[in-house]
Design a protein around this ligand. Structure first.
Ligand code: ADP
Length: 372
């Protein structure tokens, strides 16, 4: 696995259970996945990555930032890479993503590629006086996403374009009037088998995921079917292998639109480790190794995951274990081994049960123990 963050870390127990020898190429010492970090090196350097790949059977990722040139070099060297360079290119560039989703006939917000402030102002004028502008590359957790009423509000992004940056363009989208945000996770094997978990509801605070409810309340029937159909079409249409997360908007006029794609285990699927027969990390391993996929049924009616964002103002997460573990014995705690820092995802908790109010309460209360 290339990348040593919390996703690589949470892959370790799944690998141990399956008896898979997981190796991690981490970008620095002491990262979340240090336990399995066999190698520390620069994932943008072809030689570093090729040397790592010589010791493994399959390459996969905990992020989508490995440059295309490195991915191509791996494929040229005969290394199985999952997901492959072509689907990953789509995950790496929000403009290409909108183009490919539109070509596949999938529902997306109205969008345009804009190179100048005049083009952006024209789009805003055509879409009710407001729009969402996104940098095509490198954004995450809401960085690189801005709601604007005028091109002047992103003048520094246009200045960067004028200097030859940001791949020469911005993505602009209609400001979607959504009721809630959903995410549909699926896993697909190279040989084509595909499996979906139930569609989930995600809550974001300041562009960062804070809670996930699985399944999304009131989603049985049409919303679940439409979400799964969209994710199957994306996985098959783009040839994604491994776990695919499709972030969706449920609009106030009852449409489901695709926001974003992630081609790896995703925050919206963390609940599955404790709430589903097969967690997303195990399923990702099965998929990239082209092994039969596991069941995606749930252990109880509801699973609720709450992120620990920032962590305690002083001390470590573990310093709070006595009160968290004593007060919330039914909640599962996941600690990413990171230093607490404002806004940083340092862990999460999951509660599972049949009464949604109780499960939400337990998960929030347990997460709160770790936050000041
Ligand atoms: P990131 O790649 O940083 O996660 P996203 O494209 O997922 O960025 O956007 C972050 C958040 O911004 C979304 O979860 C959603 O709440 C909001 N958002 C993004 N696009 C739109 C849109 N077209 N209309 C309304 N809200 C949006």
């Amino acid at each position: 696995m290339i990348g040593g963050g919390q996703l690589a870390r949470m892959m370790i127990p799944a690998a141990i259970e399956l008896g898979v020898d997981l190796r991690v190429l981490a970008e620095a010492e002491g990262m979340s996945a240090a336990l399995a970090a066999d190698r520390v090196g620069d994932y943008t350097d072809v030689e570093t990555v090729l040397a790592f790949a010589r010791e493994v059977d399959v390459i996969t990722f905990d992020h989508e930032h490995v440059p295309q040139a490195v991915l191509r070099a791996l494929v040229d060297a005969g290394v199985p890479v999952h997901p492959g360079p072509e689907p990953l290119a789509v995950a790496q560039d929000k403009i290409l993503m909108r183009e490919r989703l539109s070509e596949l006939g999938l529902p997306v917000p109205d969008w345009a590629r804009v190179e100048t402030p005049a083009e952006l102002d024209a789009f805003i004028a055509d879409h009710g006086g407001a729009a969402v502008v996104k940098t095509p590359r490198g954004g995450y957790d809401g960085k690189g996403v801005r709601v604007v009423r005028s091109a002047a509000e992103v003048s520094e992004w246009f200045a960067t374009i004028a200097e030859g940056g940001l791949a020469g363009a911005l993505l602009v989208e209609e400001l979607v009037d959504f009721r809630r945000e959903l995410a549909q996770l699926v896993a697909r094997r190279p040989s084509g088998e595909i499996a979906a978990w139930p569609v989930v509801e995600t809550l974001q605070v300041g562009g960062v995921c804070s809670e996930v409810i699985a399944p999304a309340p009131h989603s049985a029937g049409k919303v679940a079917d439409v979400s799964a159909d969209i994710a199957f079409a994306v996985a098959e249409g783009l040839g994604v292998t491994g776990v695919l997360a499709v972030e969706l908007f449920e609009t106030t006029d009852d449409r489901v639109l695709v926001n974003e794609l992630a081609m790896r285990p995703h925050n919206s699927g963390h609940w599955s480790m404790d709430g589903s027969t097969t967690g997303q990390f195990e399923q990702h391993l099965r998929a990239v190794l082209d092994l039969p996929l596991g069941g995606t049924g749930t252990h109880a009616d509801w699973s609720v995951m709450v992120n620990i964002l920032g962590g305690p103002a002083e001390g470590t997460l573990a310093a709070r274990y006595p009160s968290a573990l004593a007060g919330h014995p039914t909640v599962k705690i996941h600690n990413y081994g990171k230093d607490p820092r404002p806004g940083r995802k340092v862990g999460h908790v999951t509660a599972v049960g049949d009464d949604l109010d109780d499960v939400v309460y337990e998960a929030r209360a347990a997460a709160a123990v770790f936050q000041d």
